[in-house]
Ligand binder design. Structure first.
Ligand code: PHE
Length: 339
């Protein structure tokens, strides 16, 4: 019997030490130390022993039980700790993993270009005005001194919503709205979206953007226009920039000009960006036609003014090396993330 006890104790020790988690340990405890466990079995065998042997074996059993319980307790503590460790390990943040990067918003190249332009004119004392994209025939063409049969009013060139309602084809419409609303001196720039019935390709879009400028005051001359656009050109492209004016025609300016700046890449030598010419076309300009000033009730003997309009798209494309205008409106993040 003593041998059986010793044998059972050995097995119990091994099983307790070998349990790898608390559930296993509980099972082992049941098998050896439980109410109907192996130790209890042996204890019940005491009845069959002679009276003189009973105390000794009884004592031995109690001692074994006590020893096993000490081991059990120790193992319980160890396994509990192990469990906590495991959980901590599971919960732990792996700081070596790459973080989830947030998106850093960037300015759309069109807006970045426009903002830079506005900044310069704000510095020259201009304020920003805006006007509606859907316009009446009056603001769209009539008040801008277009003769009744001008081709720009053709359905092929302008989007009509009704006979008298159209999408503005230029920001010049806002010149009229601004002048109607105030007396000179006027110094405004007008950023805005314009629409023309152009077939979409790499350099054309039915929807595009312009920046209009208007300055009306006493004694304003063509020299002021040239000086203003030169100052703009130099602020935008650098101090060596030159501005070129060539005769043009617009119904609402007289005289009219198209203006260009020396290429900001080659400084006028000719390169791929300026297509070898050394110049980059920026837009149209001129002295506000007295008919227009009279139309808004300004005294044409007292006031003169100049106006100009710059296209944003072409310029942004040159500046950022964007080869196709359609990319500007594609919403393609692969393109936009580059800026
Ligand atoms: N509105 C003209 C255009 O769209 C540009 C322009 C603006 C010309 C102001 C003269 C004065 O081409």
């Amino acid at each position: 019997m003593e041998e059986r006890l010793r044998d059972t104790a050995e097995k119990a020790k091994a099983a307790l030490e070998g349990a790898t988690n608390l559930e296993e340990l509980e099972e082992v405890r049941g098998v050896f130390l439980g109410r109907s466990g192996l130790l209890r079995d042996i204890q019940q065998g005491i009845r069959d022993l002679t009276a003189d042997m009973r105390p000794r074996v009884g004592q031995l059993i109690n001692q074994t039980r006590a020893e096993l319980e000490v081991i059990l307790e120790r193992r319980r503590t160890e396994l509990k700790q192990l469990k906590v460790h495991e959980r901590e390990e599971e919960d732990q943040i792996d700081i070596s993993l790459p973080g989830r990067s947030g998106y850093v918003a960037g300015r759309h190249p069109l807006l970045a270009t426009l903002n830079d332009m506005l900044e310069i004119f704000l510095g020259l004392g201009y304020t920003i005005a805006q006007g509606p994209e859907v316009e009446s025939y009056h603001y769209g063409f009539e008040a801008l001194n277009y003769p009744a049969d001008h081709p720009a009013m053709d359905e092929q060139m302008t989007f009509y919503i009704a006979d008298d309602v159209l999408l503005r084809s230029q920001t010049s419409t806002v010149q009229i709205r601004v002048m109607e609303a105030q007396e000179p001196p006027v110094r405004v720039v007008v950023p805005g979206r314009c629409f023309r019935r152009d077939t979409v390709d790499a350099t054309h879009s039915h929807t595009f953007h312009q920046l209009e400028g208007l300055c009306v005051d006493e004694g304003i001359t063509f020299a002021d226009l040239k000086g203003t656009l030169l100052a703009f050109g130099r602020a935008m492209f650098g101090e060596d920039t030159q501005v070129r004016f060539r005769p043009d025609f617009f119904p609402f300016t007289e005289p009219s000009a198209e203006f260009a700046v020396t290429c900001f890449v080659c400084s006028g030598d000719g390169c791929r960006i300026c297509k070898g010419s050394g110049w980059i076309e920026l837009g149209g300009a001129g002295m506000v036609d007295p008919n227009v000033l009279a139309g808004v009730g300004y005294d044409t003997e007292r006031y003169t003014g100049f106006a100009f309009g710059v296209g944003i798209e072409r310029f942004a494309m040159n500046r950022y090396g964007i080869p196709d205008m359609r990319l500007l409106y594609s919403g393609d993040m692969r393109m936009l993330r580059q800026f």
